[in-house]
Design a protein around this ligand. Sequence first.
Ligand code: BJW
Ligand code: ZN
Length: 246
Amino acid sequence: MKPIAIDGDTRVLVLTGAGVSAESGIPTFRGTSGLWESHPVEKVASPEGFVEDPALVWRFYSQRREAAKAVRPNPGHDALARLEARLGDRFLLATQNVDGLHRRAGSERMVEMHGSLWKTRCSRCARAPFDDEASYDAQHLPACGQCHGKGEFALLRPDIVWFGERLRGEDLERIATFVAAAKGHRFVFLAVGTSGRVSPASELVRLAKANGAESWLVNLEAPDNVAAFDHVITGASGEALPQLLD
Ligand code: BJW
Ligand code: ZN
């Protein structure tokens, strides 16, 4: 496999999805043995599902916290961290993953578009999300101390972007600013391990191309938006990324 041409002027925007963590042992969402096979999306990943059954939602995310603690970054995460170390501010990683494995591999210039498994926030007030690795069960669902102090009751929730919720404006702006600054330079957009089913992440390839990017995809199978890519590599990210990027 020929490496992607990356010279001293190239800007690289990488979008990752669940497939990049699959080789670490974290299940993807869609497809056989995907998370959505055994957990109805609308019950565990929507604000309505949380109102209806917060204990189910916390059980789902508590299990995911425990599972993520038990695994390690794989060679795909490592290759992206090495590329960032080479490119510095000419690199940005937009990940849809909430598992924190990119950070553990050493990635820093990163937008966690769908939030983080390792942060919790209030379902009611605007207090800042805080670090939290705990697991909660139905008898001990966490409540917000700040709301309690004002005589209100509100449950805490995972700091995850659920279906129908807006992504954080500052995250989308950071990506848009990077793309705008890449225009006029050699610009590579690389998507890895994502089915291209969920917007707005699935739209990034079109945004990047409209700003002059050459688009690359590394995925086990052809995703819905495969036609948008100039170069498609069908394979596992842990094997392909070290060859493509080093
Ligand atoms: C490998 C591999 C290996 C395997 N190597 N590859 C109709 C109704 C309602 C909403 C909508 C609608 N139409 C559009 C929408 C918008 C909606 C959406 O896109 N829905 C679609 C599903 C239709 N989007 C939203 O709601 C977003 N918000 C939004 O748009 O706000 C706008 C708004 C405006 C005004 C008012 C209000 C709002 C939010 C989306 C949030 C998504 N959240 C989730 C769950 C939470 C995170 C969590 O719990 O972890 O994020 S959904 C889930 O999908 C998760 C993922 O980040 C996301 C993407 O999945 P991903 O990463 O692509 O994984 P898979 O499993 O799908 O694919 C893995 C791929 O890897 C496969 O192709 C494999 O082949 C491959 N693979 N092993 C390489 N080793
Ligand atoms: Zn609160």
